[in-house]
Design a protein around this ligand. Structure first.
Ligand code: 5GP
Ligand code: ZN
Length: 114
């Protein structure tokens, strides 16, 4: 846990969020500035900055986060499709440096992304 990390505070419950699901090692909550009718963030409880900061051997955690994204999509009724996105580092647009997967759905999506 990093005291100055917003998502660590959300994971611990110290900062408010609208939680939609959780597991032993992850938490899913609604994005405060949604970019689609459903926009949920899935984060590990443990502080990891992004994929580049994830040590080899943590593949199981990554798999669990993606399965959590799938669970959220199912729970949110995104049966026509959804997008799972992780922005890694500044040029990709990462603004919160605690690993998170965006789960977006409920509208048609364009490609390539901006
Ligand atoms: P990034 O830009 O790092 O990929 O995504 C960070 C996301 O966190 C953004 O979509 C932003 O709207 C969301 N966010 C930032 N601050 C808060 C907050 O305090 N609460 C919630 N629920 N989401 C936040
Ligand atoms: Zn953190």
């Amino acid at each position: 846990m990093s005291d100055d990390c917003l998502f660590c505070r959300i994971a611990s419950g110290e900062a408010e969020s609208e939680r939609v699901a959780e597991g032993d090692r992850w938490v899913a909550f609604r994005d405060v500035n949604p970019q689609a009718p459903t926009h949920v963030l899935v984060i590990p409880r443990q502080h990891v900055e992004n994929l580049n900061d994830l040590e080899p051997g943590r593949e199981e955690l990554l798999g669990e986060l993606l399965m959590a994204a799938r669970q959220v999509a199912e729970q949110e009724g995104l049966d026509e499709g959804y997008r799972v996105v992780a922005n890694n580092d500044r040029q990709a647009g990462q603004s919160v440096f605690h690993l998170h997967f965006h789960v977006l759905g409920g509208r048609a999506m364009g490609w390539p992304p901006g």
